[in-house]
Design a protein around this ligand. Structure first.
Ligand code: AKG
Ligand code: FE2
Length: 371
C-alpha cells in the first residue's frame, strides 16, 4: 500500500454506470448578474437545475492555480502525520468525522472556517514551514473572493424572491462560511468506489473550483448521473438545501457526487460553502406557499447530525415538510432482492431510491414538476 495514501476502509464495491455526457450548464457573467442583464438567466438556472457556471467572477487565475497546486504538494503526504499536526486535515467523509461512521469516500482534504484572521491561527495547523503559512494566506484570500461572489449572487436571488432587508442579511453570512480543499487520490478500484458519495449540500450556496482539465464531478438529472465537464477559468455554483428552503422549494439543491480518481491520476478541488445565521428563522417570503415549516439552520444541522448518527446518512429537508405536506406518506419502494444484492449496500440503495421519490413529490407539490 502506498504510504502516502490514507488508510481507507474496505467498502462493499459499488456498481457504477458510466456518467452520461453533455449536461449543458448555463454560464452566467457575474457582472451582468449584478447589473441585472443576467438576472432572468440566474433565476431560470436556479429553478430548473440548481447549478450553473460563473465567468467574469474576479478571482485571479494565478490565485486559483497556486491554491490547487500548493494543495497538491501539501496533501498526499503521510496522512497520519498530517492528522496529528494539521487540525484542519481529514480523510474519508468530512461530515462524518465526529460521528465515527464508516469513512467510505476516497478523498482527503483541509477544512478552513472563514473566521476573522485573529481567531484562525490554530486552523490548518500552526507554523509548519513556508508551505503551510502560504496555504493559509491563499485560502484566506480566496475566501474573500468567495464571500464577495456569494453575496452578489444571493442579493440578486433575494431581490427576485422579495426577501426583506433583514432576511437578505441573515440568510447568508458569507464571511462565516468554510472552505475545503480536496485531494481525490489515485484509487486502485476506482470503477467501484466513489470520491464523494451522492449528496446535496446543506449550505445556502456552494462554489466549486476544479482543475482546468480534470473531470470527475457528476450531477443527478432526471434520475441519471451526468458528467460535468471541466471548464477552464470558470467557477461552478450549486445551490444547497438552505436555498431550497428560503425559496419555499422553488429553487433546487442539486444532488451530486465525485468519482474516485483512476489509478495514477488525482483530482484537486476547492469548495466554498455559505450558510445562514445559526438562529435566523428560515421561511419563504409571503406570496410563496412553502412546503417547509419555518426552522433555523441550527435545527437543520442538529437534525442532520442525529440522522447520520442513527442511520449513517442525511435525510435532509424532507424532515421539515409542513404538516400538510407530510401527511402524504410517500410510497416506499422495495427493490427486487437480486437488484439489492447486485448493488452491494441494500440500505443505502433503498434510502437513495426513496429520497428520489421524496424529491419528485416535493417538486410536484411546489409546482416545479407537472406530473
Ligand atoms: O470536489 C468537488 O468537486 C465537489 C465536492 C462537494 O460536492 C462537496 O464538498 O460538497
Ligand atoms: Fe457537495
Amino acid at each position: 500500500m502506498d504510504p502516502s495514501c490514507p488508510p481507507f476502509p474496505q467498502a462493499p464495491p459499488l456498481q457504477l454506470q458510466p456518467g452520461l455526457p453533455g449536461l449543458e450548464l448555463p454560464t452566467l457573467d457575474l457582472e451582468r448578474v449584478v447589473g441585472g442583464e443576467d438576472r432572468a438567466a440566474l433565476v431560470a438556472a436556479c429553478r430548473d437545475l440548481g447549478v450553473f457556471r460563473v465567468v467574469n467572477h474576479g478571482v485571479p487565475g494565478e490565485l486559483r492555480g497556486r491554491l490547487l497546486e500548493l494543495g497538491q504538494q501539501l496533501l498526499g503526504r503521510d496522512p497520519f502525520e498530517l492528522k496529528k499536526a494539521r487540525p484542519g486535515y481529514f480523510w474519508g467523509t468530512a461530515a462524518l468525522q465526529s460521528l465515527r461512521v464508516k469513512e467510505v469516500n476516497w478523498l482527503e482534504g483541509l477544512h478552513l472556517d472563514l473566521v476573522p484572521a485573529s481567531s484562525s491561527s490554530s486552523q490548518v495547523g500552526d507554523g509548519g514551514g513556508e508551505g503551510w503559512i502560504r496555504i493559509r494566506a491563499l485560502m484566506a484570500d480566496y475566501g474573500d473572493h468567495m464571500a464577495y461572489i456569494a453575496r452578489k449572487l444571493f442579493d440578486a436571488l433575494a431581490a427576485e424572491l422579495g426577501l426583506d432587508t433583514q432576511q437578505t442579511a441573515s440568510y447568508l453570512t458569507e464571511r462565516h462560511g468554510f472552505l475545503r480543499l480536496y485531494r481525490y487520490p489515485p484509487c486502485p478500484s476506482s470503477a467501484s468506489c466513489l470520491g464523494m458519495e451522492p449528496h446535496t449540500d446543506s449550505s445556502v450556496l456552494s462554489i466549486i473550483l476544479g482543475q482546468d482539465h480534470v473531470g470527475g464531478l457528476q450531477m443527478l438529472r432526471d434520475g441519471a448521473w451526468h458528467d460535468v465537464a471541466p471548464a477552464p477559468g470558470e467557477l461552478l455554483v450549486s445551490l444547497g438545501d438552505m436555498m431550497t428552503a428560503i425559496s419555499g422549494g422553488l429553487y433546487q439543491s442539486v444532488r451530486h457526487r465525485v468519482l474516485a480518481s483512476r489509478p495514477s491520476t488525482e483530482r484537486l478541488s476547492c469548495c466554498y460553502f455559505a450558510f445562514p445565521q445559526e438562529d435566523a428563522v428560515i421561511e419563504a417570503p409571503s406570496g410563496i406557499s412553502s412546503v417547509y415549516r419555518p426552522f433555523s439552520y441550527r435545527e437543520f444541522r442538529e437534525q442532520v447530525q442525529a440522522d447520520i448518527k442513527a442511520t449513517g446518512s442525511k435525510v435532509g429537508l424532507s424532515r421539515f415538510f409542513t404538516a400538510a405536506s407530510s401527511t402524504y406518506v410517500p410510497p416506499r419502494i422495495m427493490m427486487p432482492a437480486a437488484t439489492r444484492r447486485a448493488h452491494g449496500h441494500t440500505g443505502h440503495y433503498w434510502r437513495r431510491a426513496n429520497s428520489f421519490i421524496e424529491r419528485t413529490l416535493l417538486e410536484c407539490r411546489s409546482g416545479i414538476r407537472q406530473s
